[in-house]
Design a binder for this molecule. Structure first.
Ligand code: NDP
Length: 247
């Protein structure tokens, strides 16, 4: 049986992993809101790709770290596409430095986007999911939230916190057919990792049993599966997609 067509919001869907998830959800017939923060033109491009393929999508701007923005983008999504049934909390940033040199504002910015953004989006959409007795939430975390990484105390703390958030929320809402899971990617080839120096990329590859970075196309299928009807008995899990990096 194919899945019912649903409304999905993917945060940070204008590029990278989020974009790949949005395009795949739309290909399955779901209506998808493409959230972006600073680059509307990238989000418009994703909307065009989906519409050209016969799918339904809208772009919704907003900073996930700002409650007013999140309220607005959720209202826009629901007005255009109907109540949100699938939420992919994917928007995330890095701002790396050793703790000794870290600026307080870099710590706050990373926590606010990666953790508080996940909280705001979930806080505002979960009541509707509970009321309708169906929902899927997938939080995109990181393998760094499991194993830690020098130079990323802020980022790894935010992603480890997302794991705690995921498990706790799953305990609260799974009895209402709302599942909550996290997917923890390893190093994936996107704008986030393209900025690393070649030397650092070589070091990172030496940590990965598969010996290479992953692609967004290798992460998105799992996220999309966790949003499906077939994944209904999977909740509160943190699943790695990391080429074995955290074994
Ligand atoms: P990209 O850097 O390719 O894209 C980031 C996306 O998030 C963009 O669409 C960007 O929009 C959006 N975004 C950034 N900040 C905000 C914000 N405050 N509010 C709303 N949207 C925002 O990201 P990736 O695909 O690399 O990463 C996606 C997720 O996967 C992140 O949570 C990241 O931490 C995680 N991850 C990535 C890994 C990797 O190796 N790439 C590894 C492990 C985890 P705009 O451009 O308009 O600002």
């Amino acid at each position: 049986m194919s899945d019912q067509e649903r409304t999905a919001l993917v945060t940070g869907a204008s590029r990278g992993i989020g974009r790949e998830c949005a395009v795949r959800l739309a290909a399955l017939g779901h209506r998808v809101a493409i959230n972006y923060n600073t680059h509307p033109e990238d989000a418009d491009e994703v909307v065009k790709i989906i519409r050209d393929a016969g799918g339904e999508a809208v772009s919704v701007g907003g900073n996930v770290a700002v409650r007013d923005d999140v309220e607005k983008m959720i209202a826009e999504t629901e007005e255009a596409l109907g109540p949100i049934e699938i939420l992919i909390n994917n928007a995330g940033i890095i701002s790396d430095s050793l703790l000794m040199r870290m600026k307080d504002e870099d710590f706050d910015r990373v926590m606010d986007t990666n953790l508080k953004g996940t909280y705001f989006c979930s806080r505002i959409t979960v009541p509707g999911m509970i009321k309708r007795r169906w929902g899927r939430i997938v939080n995109v975390s990181s393998v760094v939230g499991i194993r830690g990484n020098a130079g990323q105390t802020n980022y790894s703390a935010s992603k480890a916190a997302v794991h705690g958030f995921t498990k706790s929320l799953a305990k609260e809402v799974s009895g209402r057919n709302v599942t909550v899971n996290a997917v923890a990617p390893g190093y994936i080839r996107t704008a986030t990792t393209n900025v690393l120096s070649e030397k650092l990329k070589d070091t990172v590859r030496s940590w990965i049993p598969m010996g290479r970075f992953g692609e967004p196309e290798e992460v998105a299928p799992l996220i999309v599966f966790l949003c499906s009807e077939d994944a209904r008995y999977i909740t509160g899990d943190v699943v790695r997609v990391d080429g074995g990096m955290a074994i």
